[in-house]
Design a binder for this molecule. Structure first.
Ligand SMILES: Nc1ncnc2c1ncn2[C@@H]1O[C@H](COP(=O)(O)OP(=O)(O)OP(=O)(O)O)[C@@H](O)[C@H]1O
Length: 315
């Protein structure tokens, strides 16, 4: 658990972070979102002591970080930044192995860990382990950055606009990867972005920041349903809130189940039970259909979702 209590950071006259209180529970993904200059990165960098805080207290698992050795603290916190920060003259494998080498793990353990992480991040070890960062695509390099942050199995992951420089498709793929990996490894994560859609997709809870303050700290659903101020309302988008809520809802929640699963009709569009209600709505609207069949991970048809139910869904 990470706790920020009345934390302020000043740069000369500028108050970058203004007396914030924030608790990030173990295993949750807290996304800091807000416009440029609102204090997101400063908040993140105070947590791993890359920046000292001017006032207040920051506790990790109940312990004040100023009483800890900064190097030890950072070894327990993976850090991923935009543009990766990989060492250009080191191979992918060596970049990922950076912290385990610092910790003097035996070579076999390091090799096994590099292999395991590259596989987890969908990077073929045979094809990529011996490449240099400039031989990778932007998306691959960012995956290596995430693998490096996870290498010594830290409890905490700090991610500062990690997907900010990527094209929309690669970005979406990496967001999905992150959700998958998070389900497997459950790191306490603080994630900075200025993209509200990225925040809504990835967060357990979102902290909306403006001018160094936290305006609202709540689940994506509550932020959409009940924005605490006009600023937050504008940030989440007044007009398409209903659609965004549907993106958060799975088909599973709005479907009618068949008594027995069956083979789907050939050639008919289907949705999976963990697809979003928004996708199902898009399909019924596009096809002018009254309902769409729902399949499970094995491709068996297990139910259907109706246009009528979907139209009630975002309310
Ligand atoms: N090293 C520094 N020296 C002086 N002022 C700084 C420094 N770092 C940040 N600031 C100021 O503190 C404020 C918050 O900056 P910060 O980088 O935390 O914002 P941010 O929300 O992460 O912005 P962005 O999304 O553009 O990265 C800004 O006004 C910025 O100019």
């Amino acid at each position: 658990m990470i706790e920020l209590k009345n934390v302020t950071r000043r740069f000369g006259e500028t108050v970058a972070v203004d007396n914030i209180n924030l608790t990030i529970e173990t295993g949750e993904v807290c996304v800091l979102v807000g416009s440029s200059g609102c204090g997101k990165s400063t908040t993140l960098r105070m947590i791993n002591r890359l920046l000292p805080h001017s006032e207040g207290e920051i506790l990790v698992d109940g312990e004040d970080i100023t009483t800890m050795n900064p190097e030890q603290l950072r070894l327990n916190m993976g850090y991923v930044i935009q543009g990766t920060g990989l060492f250009p003259h080191w191979t992918v494998a060596r970049n990922i192995a950076m912290v385990p080498r610092l910790l003097k793990w035996p070579k076999e353990r390091i090799d096994a860990r590099v292999h395991e992480l590259m596989t987890l991040l969908d990077l073929d070890p045979q094809a990529h382990a011996h490449k240099y960062p400039q031989q990778l695509s932007g998306g691959q390099a960012q995956r290596v950055g995430v693998a490096r942050a996870l290498a010594a199995d830290p409890n905490i992951l700090l991610m500062d606009e990690p997907f900010g420089a990527l094209d929309a498709i690669t970005r979406e793929n990496l967001q999905l990867e992150m959700l998958r990996i998070q389900r497997q490894v459950r790191k306490t994560t603080v994630f900075v972005t200025h993209d509200i859609d990225e925040a809504l997709k990835l967060a357990t809870r979102i902290a909306v920041m403006d001018q160094g303050r936290i305006l609202q700290h709540d689940t994506p659903e509550n932020i959409l349903r009940d924005p605490s101020s006009e600023f937050v309302e504008n940030l989440v988008g007044k007009q398409d809130r209903g659609l965004k809520l549907m993106s958060l809802q799975s088909v599973r929640k709005v479907m009618t189940a068949h008594r027995d699963s069956r083979h789907p009709e050939p050639g008919v569009d289907t949705v999976r039970e963990d697809d979003s209600a928004r996708l199902a709505l898009s399909i019924v609207l596009w096809q002018g259909a009254e309902q769409v069949p729902v399949v499970n991970a094995d491709g068996q048809e297990i139910g259907f979702v109706t246009r009528e139910r979907l139209m009630q869904g975002g309310a």
